[in-house]
Design a protein around this ligand. Sequence first.
Ligand code: HEM
Length: 516
Amino acid sequence: MTSSDVISLHRTPYPSHNTTMDTLTLVTLLVAAILSIFFLHFIKKNTSPWILLRFLRNFYRMHDNQAELLEQNNGTILVKRSWFGGKDMLLTSDPANVRHILSTNFSNYPKGAEFRKQFEFFGDSVFTFDFEEWNHHRNAVRSFFSHRLFQQFAEKIVQDCIQIELTSALDQISNNQVVVDLEDLLRRYIYYSACCISTGYKPRFIGLALSEDKLLKATDDACDAITARYLVPESIWKLQRRFGLGKERRLREAEKTMDKIISNYMSMKQEEMSKGEIRNDEEDFSLLKGYTIGNEIFEQLDHKVIKDSTFGLIFAIEDTTSSSLSRFFWLLTKNPKVEAKIRQELEKVRPLTEAKSSSFFSDVEVGKMVYLQAALLETLRLFPPASMVSKTAAKPDTLPSGHHVSQNTMVIISAYAMGRMSMIWGPDCLEFKPERWIMEDGRIRHEPPHKFSAFGAGPRICPGKDVGLKVLETFAATIIYNYHVQVVEDRVGAPKNTFILHLDHGLMVRLIKRWT
Ligand code: HEM
């Protein structure tokens, strides 16, 4: 591969963990890691100091380290960070605990003040609220997502994005035989859909060979900084924030960028309203329109809640679905038999002889494709894009596993570890096997959410699950049917060290058209 045949989609916002570490964080973690290698030998195994040192030594592979530790400890570990001046942290992947925390004893496990501090970038919205405030917004969001007009609006946007925007870009890539980062490409087009769904406006064109998108870059910088806040002591990140250093400086810039871009969309909507040019519901049933003019679902709210909710929805759609889809294509390249079976299923619905330019599969068509759905669920089991869910114990409690949780303990449910536990999925838990999702009668097996927790569980379960799965199915079906995705750099495919599981080095591919 020469540099001349690579389309230069922006690579900088998604660098590897090494390059994203700023100096102060890196030095702190490296010193701690070196000391931990030495001290790990002298400390009793599985005690809190040992686990803390192991976290430090493995900070560059946090997801796999958590999964290994949880597998070795029956799915739960309590880390007494209060001995070292932090908050105690309980990490669990035990389905009985997950059901207790997310469902049965839900009222005792709000997101909490600690979460809001770490995720301040996400501001005031359903994602960060607790108790009454959360309940109120949650009801509105749920009614909105289940509204017939919203579903039609979202489906039309995704269809136009694939048929009009994406397929012409993919044809261009395959005709010119260039190499692209598929993860970056999918992010741009799913972001395009997410922005239309959330605001009712198309973002500036995000096609090939353009420079980075500012809002995507801001989101990545924010996710990086938020993850670092889990890893380094609060005093260090607060110091960095105060003096505008490293990731915290980039987080501040990200806040300004997000504020500017979303506020601009809000002004456009206000202007439409003041000129009496509000589009009808078929053309615009976006969240921002609902919040701006108020309707039977949304009351009018203050600027900050509207801004944060609008951005939150773009993030909820884009980051989760684009990272799952890239991971899905990465898994297919390692499992060609699965890809062949998906093709057979697609060609049963539409033989290749009937293929025509920009062949798109509708919601109804993908609804019939059980094997494709199973392969996507299997992807989400092994690589849940929202890798962990964080809560805080309001009162002391005892979990079904017998672990005592004191007040203000941070409780983290690792969805990544849950997908890799042999006690949940059996001895072949690390294998990619879509068949495990298909019942003997040929229908999809529905696993309870406290076992398959990619979408969370209980009252806070993801309200966009159906929309998210449809986005995955329609993008995946269109690409697999029309192109063969050939990976040109066989990388390990490690997950990026942030709470959203992007591929650490992207996915460099060529696309070969399957029919002419
Ligand atoms: C593959 C796709 C997706 C995955 C894996 C996913 C996963 C999740 C998870 C794990 C949560 C957190 C649950 C908790 O805090 O307990 C969540 C929350 C949420 N998701 Fe999704 N999501 C996806 C797509 C979407 C889409 C497409 C939308 C919107 C159309 C959406 C909207 C939301 C909202 C509004 C919340 C906040 C719910 C609350 O806190 O009450 N998600 N999602």
